[in-house]
Design a binder for this molecule. Sequence first.
Ligand code: 5GP
Ligand code: ZN
Length: 116
Amino acid sequence: MSDCIFCKIVKREIPSEVVYENEFIFAFKDIHPKAPIHILVVPKKHISTFNDITSEDIPLYGEIIKAIQKITKDLNIADSGYRVLVNVNKDGGQVIYHLHVHILGGKPFKFEEKGE
Ligand code: 5GP
Ligand code: ZN
């Protein structure tokens, strides 16, 4: 989508700190990191939200999983642990409407029901 910020990042029209790229996937550092390691993994194809992933996109989502496994291994956090997070729509806290998976790592997390 022409006015989508993450499509522009994928096309390198907007600069980002690229961590990984292949035919299907683009991964870059979050501009406002919420953990010592905060990476966004996006499909190059524009999909607005997690809700919009179709059956046809499942192999593409598999590529996201493979990229996350590779990135976390390369950054040495695969074994110590990390968090993957997808915010979906308003209540999920989604701000950018191009599907992205957050990788958060480099510190321990606690799973708490109440928000910040
Ligand atoms: P969401 O809340 O939609 O799941 O997360 C969007 C994320 O994108 C936020 O963590 C935000 O810091 C990040 N972000 C927004 N604009 C940019 C940008 O231009 N460059 C980078 N690298 N990250 C961005
Ligand atoms: Zn997009």
